[in-house]
Design a binder for this molecule. Sequence first.
Ligand code: ZN
Length: 302
Amino acid sequence: MTFNDDAQLDTSGVSRGGGGGRGLAIGGGGGLLGLVALVLYMLMGGNPADVQQPPASQSERQAESAGAGDLAAKCRTGADANRDPECRVIATRNSVQSYWRAKLPEASGGKVQWQDTEMVLYQGQTRSACGDANNRIGPFYCPLDKKVYMDAAFFRILEQQFGSSGGPLAQEYVVAHEFGHALQDQLGLLERAQQDPKGPESGAVRVELMADCFAGMWAKGAVETKDANGRTFMAPLTETDVRDALSAAESVGDDHIQEQARGRVSPESFTHGTSEQRQRWFMRGYETGDLNQCNTLQARDL
Ligand SMILES: [Zn+2]
């Protein structure tokens, strides 16, 4: 989805994060989108310990902890978001937060308010309260520090390894999905994934499909979201945009990843749902714009 060139971006609440070190980054929330990269790696016979990259050199650490001043300087407008993947991540966060800020009170009769969620936009590797992260692990939400972790380099992996379209909404879907986990945390729903972490009907799969449904809701309402000056962030969605989002959802389906990695599918180890399910739940959110329609925890048919 294209941003309006004159929309004003807000980089507050976005940091670069510190350098990562030893250890393996897996979000404590379980069932994070980023896990697919790790699972893929493990299915291919790798040792998870090998996923970690060597500790950052001192100069890398300094660059990473330099703060987000470079982001504030380069990501000012929607035109920047259309040109630069990191600025697109920031603009998408702006739009997603604007969406939930308006939607949640409306859907709950004023009882629930969106809590602004910080984001660490790292490059290469960083440290989170849930462990160290690198871009092989992918984007994730860490419930222990309540932050979304993104590395725009993951979009290349999504495209080249997972076969997703490289279109803007393919990327924006990933961002909206992670902020969907932040919303689940705010609603107290993330624990289901931890209690029941794998299998075709597991809590993990239900939580993931709900985050896809939330991403669909945002995609539908994004055109109405506005910056601090009241200018709309996004141009209206096109059919190509929707196809891009569905392509990304398809590419991260458990069956697709398992088939690609070892030529067969094992539903008992599903953590995110099939390609078909992920696309369908995205579309359910997109078509209805209704929070209640995203209640995968009680859905009989996933
Ligand atoms: Zn997820």
